[in-house]
Design a protein around this ligand. Structure first.
Ligand SMILES: [Zn+2]
Length: 312
């Protein structure tokens, strides 16, 4: 099977619309990254045309150019946070009413993301491709949501001007300024734009003192690709038990026993009642700093960790 045949029809259509016919010369990776870059630039330009009314940026600012006629808040079925309905002249957007504020902002921006899969120059927006995979479009709509709430140009400027190096404090500040949740910010900052070179993960502290890490909340910057965040760190075991062989372990990743000890020491310190702790640890001759912060509103208590190279 050739490379182009493996590309999802929806992505192929998007690439053709945004990159022109030259898209056929690109491999899957470049096609996806160049299409994303083009759409991210388009979003920045649209927001700039409106005098950068942010941060925080309102997804509603994209409604006109994406032909969204009306947004209404409804009691939607539990499977849906938002729905986009093509009608004569554009789209109607329905958003589930009873959703926390930040989640709602992300959902509105995500639904704007779905408009990119339609030819919006038709009287009724139309899809021009068939047999696309559901998750491809969902992933892309999530990317667009991040690009709207955290536009690349704004984020680069804010990080540079305010000298926001990776830290949990900076993450909390960015969340407040951009009105976006920590996972959306980490995804954009660490994975997509690679503006922060650090490792961020969130764990739950069980009543027996063991620490379980949620696999969907692990973000690894360039220097941390080979690092493994253990799924379970038991308080009294000398080594963490790995429930299932981790993907990156099979690929030659290294279990960071130094990280495990740092996590254990940090947690026993935090269990004395403090909310936040920073400690340094050595790994392969290099110094790293581990920051940990208990999330006071969560139950059972959860803790966010950030690892970065220690500043000399
Ligand atoms: Zn969706």
């Amino acid at each position: 099977m050739t490379e182009s045949k493996m590309i999802d029809p929806s992505v192929k259509w998007l690439a053709k619309s945004w990159l022109g016919e030259t898209y056929v010369y690109l491999d899957r990776q470049s096609l996806l990254s160049q299409t994303k870059q083009r759409i991210s630039d388009y979003i920045c330009q649209e927001l700039q045309r409106q005098q950068w009314n942010g941060p925080p940026f309102q997804p509603e600012n994209l409604f006109k150019c994406r032909r969204i006629l009306e947004k209404s808040e409804k009691a939607l079925p539990s499977s849906h946070l938002g729905i986009l309905i093509p009608v004569r002249g554009g789209f109607l957007m329905k958003i589930r009413a009873e959703v926390p504020k930040l989640r709602k902002r992300f959902t509105i921006a995500h639904e704007v993301g779905h408009t990119f899969f339609y030819d919006i120059d038709q009287e009724i927006p139309t899809r021009k491709f068939v047999r696309s995979r559901y998750w491809v479009e969902e992933d892309f709509a999530n990317f667009v949501a991040g690009a709207i709430l955290l536009p690349e140009a704004s984020l680069r400027e804010v990080i540079q001007e305010r000298r926001l190096d990776p830290s949990l404090e900076a993450l909390a500040r960015l969340s407040k300024v951009y009105m976006a949740s920590a996972d959306v910010i980490c995804h954009r900052l660490v994975r997509e734009l690679r503006l922060w070179d650090c490792l961020i993960f969130k764990s739950v502290i069980e009543s027996d003192g063991s620490i379980k890490t949620n696999g969907s909340f692990i973000f690894k910057g360039a220097s941390f690709r080979g690092w493994i965040v253990p799924k379970l760190v038991a308080e009294h075991a000398s080594f963490p038990s790995l429930k299932s062989p981790h993907e990156s372990l099979r690929r030659g990743g290294h279990l960071q026993s130094s990280l495990v000890s740092a996590i254990k020491n940090t947690i026993s310190y935090l269990r004395t009642g403090v909310n936040m702790h920073i400690r340094e640890f050595d790994h392969r001759g290099q110094k790293f700093s581990l920051q940990a912060k208990i999330n006071p509103k969560s139950s059972p208590s959860s803790c966010t960790f950030l690892v970065r190279k220690a500043t000399v």
